[in-house]
Design a protein around this ligand. Structure first.
Ligand code: GAR
Length: 210
């Protein structure tokens, strides 16, 4: 049997995107397996989801590290121990620095609830409603040192309805997120997308600010 492509997820919260990846990994013939879930939040429901599926978990706390760089190094050391090939951010609510990204160049992807480059950062569905856009959606992208700025892998549009609230819009986007994320990870694992991302794999990291 050929070895499956090894995926880790970083998650801070409820972990529905993680669950979508776990469900896909569990299907017969899946080209990838989720080998590790790391969280910065010991209470994250994502950890329970991983435990339920028998997937290894690790908690790395920011407060145990004197700097962002040493926190990021601890995350990277943990993922390296499991031979991880692709890192999926699944509701991981911290921005990774080059201390992490330089160890996984072009191998980190993220899911975001807007059609980037519109509405990066927090509360993207709220930003979309406040702006009055008629179409929003979700984006899967490679991660660089910016906030939600890396090369785009796939996007799925979602119509904004006149009576939408943040909750109703977020819920409709989330359903599409699960589809987009699973599809992207499958395509990477099957070699259908250049991987590691060529431009990012060559990138020289910017100078660290203290
Ligand atoms: C998802 O909507 C994801 O797109 C978003 O957090 C949520 C996590 O949900 N991420 C970001 O906004 C990152 N900028 P989940 O824990 O149920 O997967």
């Amino acid at each position: 049997m050929t070895e499956k492509f090894k995926v880790a997820a970083l998650a801070s919260g409820r972990g529905t995107n993680l669950q979508a990846l776990l469900d896909e990994a569990g299907r017969p013939g899946s080209p990838f397996s989720v080998v590790l879930v790391i969280s910065d939040n010991p209470q994250a429901h994502a950890l329970e989801r991983a435990n339920r599926e028998g997937v290894a978990t690790a908690v790395v706390l920011r407060k145990d590290h004197p700097s962002r760089a040493s926190f990021d190094e601890a995350l990277a050391d943990t993922a390296k121990r499991y031979g991880v090939e692709l890192v999926c951010l699944a509701g991981f609510m911290r921005v990774l620095t080059s201390a992490f990204l330089s160890r996984f160049r072009g191998r980190v992807i993220n899911i975001h609830p807007s059609l980037l480059p519109s509405f990066p950062g927090l509360d993207a569905p709220r930003q979309a409603l406040e702006k009055g856009v008629k179409v929003t959606g979700c984006t899967v992208h490679f991660v660089d040192e910016g906030v939600d700025t890396g090369p785009i892998i796939t996007q799925i549009p979602v119509d904004v309805e006149p009576d939408d609230t943040v909750e109703t819009l977020s819920a409709r986007i989330l359903v599409r997120e699960h589809v987009a994320y699973v599809r992207s990870v499958r395509q990477i694992a099957e070699g259908k997308i250049p991987f590691p991302h060529p431009a990012l794999a060559l990138a020289i990291p910017p100078m660290e600010t203290p």
